[in-house]
Design a protein around this ligand. Structure first.
Ligand SMILES: [Zn+2]
Ligand SMILES: [Zn+2]
Length: 444
C-alpha cells in the first residue's frame, strides 16, 4: 500500500524547492515607497475589513467605489492649489488622449465628484457612503508613510447638522475600539467658515509678518498661499513661533462658535474625552468648521484616523454648496500599530480538512473528492506537490487542521478514504461515497 511505503522514504526535500545559496537582490522589486500586503498580515487586514463592514452596516453607510484614476483638475479644485498634496505629492501623467490624470491622493474629492455627477443627493438626505481603497502620494517614504496606502473612509453628504460631525467622530472611535485600540486621544479643532476665516487669516498674517526670518522655506510659501498651515509645521523654530500666534477659537463667528459647541457637547454626551488643539488644521483646503484626528496615546503621534467637515467642497468641484462631513482611517497605520502593540486578532476561518493524495493514480479521484467537499462548503487544504505521506501530514499539522483525509492506490481501488484525526492519530476507513457525511460528523 503506497501510504505505508512512502513512509520508508527518507528524502528530505524536493530539489526544486532549494534556492541558490548566494543572496542576490531579485531583479524586480516594488516601486520605491510602495509595498505588498503579505499573507502573514492577512488576519489584521481582514479584521479591519470585517469591522469596517460591520460598522458600515450599524451606522447605515453604503458602499461607493470610485476609480483610482481621476482628472488632475478635480484635486486642484477640491484640495487646493496651495496644498502640499497638489503641489508636490500627486502622481500625475498625461494619457494618450492628452488628458492630465492622477492616481487619487485621497478619497473625499472623488466621492463628491460622484455625488454631483450621479445626483446622489436625490436618493437620500444625507447620503452616507463608505469607500475603501488605495491612495497615492509622492511623499518622502518613512516609517508609517507609504506612497501607496489604503484608506477606509466614511462620508455623510447633504447635512450640516453638528449631529453628523459627532456621529462621524464616534464612528471612527468605535471602529478603533472594535479593533482593540482603546487608548486614543481625540484632537479636535475648528477652522471656521467663509465669514470668520478671512478675518482670522488677516490676524495671522499680521502676527507672522515681522517674523518671516524665523520661518522655514515651506512656511514662507504657506505664508503667501495658505497661512493657516503655518500652524501645523513640524519644524521646531516654526513650532516655537506659533506659541503666541492668535488662535481661531477667539475669532469664530457666532454660527461657527455654536456649531463647535454643539459638536463638543455631543461628544461629551457619549463620554468621549477630547483635547482641543488650536494648531490642528489638516492638510487640505476643503475643510471648514470641525476638524479632528484620533491618535493612539502610546504611539509616535501618527494619526490613525482623521477627518472633518467640508461644506465647500461641492462648490469647489463644480456643484453647489453641499454640507458634508467625513473621516478616513489609514489602514497601513492600523496594521502596523496592531502589530507593534501585539494586538492579537485572528480571522475566523472555517475548520478545515487536509486532503492527502499518495501516488499519481489517486490524483484523479482525489481531485474529484476535493471538489465535492468544497461544493458542500468545506474548506479543503492540499499540498499535492509534496509526494510523501510524511511531508503531506507535516503540512497538515502546520496548517492546524483537525482532520486529514488520505487517499492512496489501495483506497482508490476499494473506493474508500482514510480519515485521520490529527490530534489523536486515530484513523478510520470510510466509503468514498459517504465522504461528506463522514467528514462533517467528525468536524467540531
Ligand atoms: Zn464662521
Ligand atoms: Zn515651518
Amino acid at each position: 500500500m503506497p501510504i505505508k511505503n512512502s513512509k520508508q522514504k527518507k528524502k528530505k526535500k524536493d530539489n526544486i524547492e532549494k534556492e541558490p545559496k548566494e543572496k542576490k537582490e531579485p531583479a524586480f522589486q516594488t516601486v520605491r515607497g510602495m509595498h505588498d500586503i503579505l499573507p502573514k498580515d492577512e488576519d489584521r487586514w481582514k479584521a479591519i475589513w470585517n469591522i469596517g463592514e460591520k460598522m458600515s452596516e450599524l451606522y447605515d453607510f453604503s458602499l461607493i467605489e470610485t476609480p483610482i484614476l481621476e482628472s488632475a483638475a478635480l484635486f486642484e479644485a477640491g484640495i487646493g492649489v496651495g496644498t502640499d498634496i497638489v503641489e508636490k505629492e500627486m502622481f500625475s501623467f498625461k494619457t494618450k488622449g492628452d488628458e492630465v490624470v492622477v492616481l487619487r491622493p485621497e478619497g473625499t474629492a472623488p466621492v463628491m465628484r460622484s455625488y454631483i455627477q450621479h445626483h446622489l443627493g436625490r436618493f437620500s438626505s444625507p447620503l452616507k457612503v463608505y469607500y475603501v481603497g488605495q491612495m497615492f502620494r509622492y511623499e518622502k517614504p518613512q516609517a508609517g508613510r507609504y506612497r501607496a496606502f489604503h484608506q477606509w473612509g466614511f462620508e455623510t453628504i447633504g447635512e450640516g447638522d453638528p449631529f453628523y460631525d459627532a456621529q462621524t467622530i464616534l464612528l471612527a472611535v468605535n471602529f478603533l475600539k472594535e479593533l482593540g485600540i482603546k487608548n486614543v486621544t481625540l484632537k479636535i479643532n475648528t477652522v471656521g467658515c467663509r465669514v470668520c476665516r478671512p478675518n482670522y487669516r488677516k490676524k495671522l498674517l499680521a502676527y507672522y509678518k515681522g517674523e518671516k526670518k524665523h520661518l522655514c522655506a515651506d512656511c514662507l510659501r504657506r505664508y503667501e498661499k495658505n497661512p493657516m498651515r503655518l500652524l501645523d509645521c513640524k519644524e521646531e523654530e516654526c513650532k516655537k513661533m506659533r506659541e503666541d500666534a492668535p488662535i481661531i477659537l477667539d475669532h469664530l463667528c457666532q454660527s461657527c462658535n455654536g456649531h463647535m459647541k454643539e459638536v463638543l457637547e455631543l461628544v461629551e454626551e457619549n463620554g468621549l474625552e477630547y483635547e482641543p488643539d488650536p494648531y490642528l488644521v489638516r492638510g487640505l483646503d476643503y475643510y471648514n468648521r470641525t476638524v479632528f484626528e484620533l491618535i493612539a496615546k502610546d504611539s509616535a503621534g501618527f494619526a490613525l484616523a482623521g477627518g472633518g467637515r467640508y461644506d465647500y467642497l461641492g462648490e469647489l468641484v463644480g456643484g453647489r454648496m453641499i454640507p458634508a462631513v467625513g473621516v478616513s482611517l489609514g489602514m497601513e497605520r492600523l496594521v502596523e500599530y496592531m502589530e507593534e502593540k501585539k494586538i492579537f486578532v485572528k480571522a475566523k476561518k472555517k475548520p478545515g480538512v487536509f486532503f492527502v493524495i499518495i501516488g499519481d493514480p489517486a490524483k484523479k479521484v482525489g481531485f474529484r473528492l476535493i471538489h465535492k467537499l468544497r461544493e458542500s462548503n468545506m474548506r479543503v487544504l492540499e499540498a499535492v506537490g509534496k509526494k510523501s505521506l510524511k511531508a503531506q501530514l507535516k503540512a497538515a499539522n502546520r496548517a492546524g487542521t483537525e482532520l486529514a483525509l488520505m487517499l492512496g492506490q489501495k483506497e482508490c481501488f476499494e473506493e474508500t478514504v482514510i480519515i485521520r484525526d490529527m490530534r489523536t492519530g486515530v484513523q478510520e476507513t470510510v466509503l468514498a461515497e459517504k465522504i461528506i457525511e463522514e467528514t462533517k460528523k467528525r468536524l467540531r
